[in-house]
Design a protein around this ligand. Structure first.
Ligand code: PBE
Length: 267
């Protein structure tokens, strides 16, 4: 029998990532929503630090609760599970949207059309992320574009090439978004654009597109992850709809841990 509870062993903490991440905000909401988590704390540092703590815990078969998301290689590398979330704080399925600044349609109709059509599957994104563990994202994205020219042709069909027009794509600093931004960059470059990628925190990403400092972003996670930022700037950008469906966020634990739900955690 367990004399020391999981809650005690993890010291009533959730191992989070960067303070500015959407999942950090969602987890703060979870700490307020679940009465059994009263007195619990989220410790935020970075994705790299979270992954190293996760790895340490698994090497020692110790309990750990992290803020996790998919697609991500941790699910291929380790045996992990999402804790059930009966209150629906993290929702079930996330989609990733493409947003553009107002006026982009008039200013750069060719890029607008391509960005509007950009849609791929989690497996495509995973392919780029996996390849990027051994090469630059730029090269991993180019390889995916080369191997998926039929899909890319659907995005660019009938679009006239341009002559060196500059476009700025804003992204957030995680591998999922590095993948989509680099693929969009390669495709737009093939159509004659000069593409600049600017990685920023999620709140700044929405602000940049709302103010027109950046042209487009393929990085908003909805409906849970970036809801607060999205609502803050709603109406000040144009939403072109989802570019990927089937992402997920939540509290993640090693499968050897004997709990299934956020509600199983003891106060
Ligand atoms: N993430 C990955 C980001 C978005 C993509 C879930 C860590 C976040 O803002 O939480």
């Amino acid at each position: 029998t367990e004399t020391i509870s999981i809650s005690e062993k993890v010291d009533y903490t959730i191992t989070g990532i960067e303070p500015g991440a959407g999942i950090t905000q969602a987890t703060d909401n979870a700490l307020e929503e679940y009465e059994n988590l009263a007195g619990w704390e989220q410790i935020n540092s970075s994705t790299v630090a979270m992954l190293s703590e996760l790895d340490d815990a698994i090497q020692n078969e110790e309990p750990i609760i992290v803020t996790g998301w998919s697609p991500h290689f941790k699910f291929a590398k380790y045996d992990l599970k999402y804790l059930e979330d009966p209150r629906g704080v993290y929702r079930d399925v996330e989609y990733i949207s493409t947003i553009v600044r107002k006026g982009l349609k008039e200013d750069m109709p060719e890029a607008y059309t391509i960005l509007d059509r950009f849609h791929w599957e989690p497996a495509d994104m995973e392919e780029v992320m996996l390849a990027a563990q051994e090469m630059e994202f730029e090269d991993a994205a180019r390889q995916w574009v080369d191997e998926n020219q039929d899909k890319v042709d659907e995005w660019t069909e009938g679009v006239e090439p341009v002559d060196g027009t500059s476009i700025e794509l804003v992204l957030t600093p995680w591998d999922t978004e590095r993948s989509s931004a680099h693929v969009a960059k390669i495709v737009l470059e093939q159509m004659g654009y000069e593409v600049k990628l600017t990685p920023v925190d999620p709140s700044i990403m929405f602000q940049a597109i709302a103010k027109g400092d950046g042209d487009a972003s393929l990085a908003p996670w909805m409906p849970a992850t970036h809801a607060a930022f999205y609502e803050k700037y709603e109406g000040e950008f144009e939403d072109l709809g989802e570019n990927l469906r089937g992402a997920r966020i939540g509290l993640v634990v090693p499968s050897y841990m004997n709990i299934d739900s956020i509600e199983d955690l003891e106060p």
